[in-house]
Design a protein around this ligand. Sequence first.
Ligand code: RP5
Length: 153
Amino acid sequence: MTSFVSIVAGSKNDEGFLEPAFAVLRDFSITFEFKVLSAHRNTERLFEYIEDADARGVSIYLAAAGFSAALPGVVAAKTLRPVLGIPVPVGPLQGMDALLSIVQLPSGIPLAGMPLGNHGPKNAALFAAHILALHDDGVAGHVAAFRAALNAS
Ligand code: RP5
């Protein structure tokens, strides 16, 4: 079973914002798939997808949404894999609502919150890489090289 990262977004309109996450995962040769499934509009299909992705060996979920951002918490509630929540800066509150939703999930269902703004997607992918690097020497090499380049810059 090939391990992979799943990126789930609440809207097709979130895809462009997530491009820095895709870029990091590609650069680090981490297999990933991207799905658009809203927690409130596509609830049944979202549950089916998570069951299927879990069965196919997903390692980590990145879940991105704007507004009330139920998606990251719902994904975390449905899987035992780590979930990294990415607030999408849209709407009248520019993602402050999504950020608070992600970091206010009550205890029992853990959900990691990534930064609000353009740094969120990239750091989410890097965070996923750091987790995978614990058991994958290839990813660990990419993480170390990235950090070395950062230190040298
Ligand atoms: C959330 O609501 C999505 O994640 C998106 O960020 C936001 C707006 O969705 P659209 O109206 O653009 O589809 O569910």
